[in-house]
Write a protein that binds this ligand. Sequence first.
Ligand code: NAP
Length: 289
Amino acid sequence: MSIFVTGATGALGSIVIRQLLRTVPGDQITAVVRNVEKASSLTALGVEVRHGDYADPASLVKAFEGAGKLLFISSPDTDDTLRIVQHANVVKAARDAGVRHLLYTSFAYAEESVIPLAHVHLATEHAIRTTNIPYTFLRNSLYTEVFVNPGLSASLAHGALVTNTGSGRVNTAFRSDLAAAAAAVLTSDGHENKTYNLVSDTTWSYDELAALIAEITGKPFTHQAVSYDEQAKILSAAGLPEPVVHLVAGINQAVAEGETSRTSQDLKNLIGELTPLRSAVEDILKGSE
Ligand code: NAP
């Protein structure tokens, strides 16, 4: 069955395409992108590139023509109401174009989440159910890279991580592992009408992350727990825009309250061993040498 991937110029989508190319010929893969010029590296890989903009329903119906399995990667727009409109455009276009199996990158344990963006994902899952297209909900965890990224270098210099996560447990997965799971579902059978919570089988805390950094660097390093308001003040002072300040502090607060403490075997069952947290920490430390 032909495989189509939206958001293929993005971080997740581009890894999915590369993962697929390990087992699927390029001429069976179509990348749907809003900016065709940005997709020249995909064309060079032998993948067909088509224009499809989540804000332009007609472009989507045309782009999805002939799609067997479609991996719909959620929009990165920060306006959640607009995101729901964009997602409805994609879902209706998939129906009108006759897509045979629709995979969607949703959000882990969306019904129980207190993070506002969960509404977007639940609304989209419900929209997909109205089409009667066989679906697979790939309910991605928060990316490890959201928490452990080069932005930590200031904390490394300071000798402490300051967060309002308290002693909350964090369940994250690397983009590359989530991309591998999407590719696994796209290239194997038996995933129709299934919902996978693609979280790790283990969790970590900021105290443990700080201890790991101390162990790898051989230097004292700690986690300092602060309140939501203190966290917001620190992030504002670091120059982050207000919506981002509240998104970050809000996610941390949800972590503190147990939102990301659950584990599942779903991701491991699809791809085998998961990338360990240590590898993200080592990459950052290498980059900051
Ligand atoms: P990303 O790098 O920002 O990629 C988003 C993709 O969506 C890009 O290819 C982008 O195209 C495309 N796109 C944006 N607006 C579009 C439109 N109007 N029509 C068609 N395509 C459009 O994000 P990512 O890291 O790959 O993550 C994939 C998605 O997961 C994000 O979009 C977001 O919904 C969600 N997300 C999840 C987490 C998490 O922790 N689980 C974190 C961040 C985001 P361009 O290349 O042209 O910009």
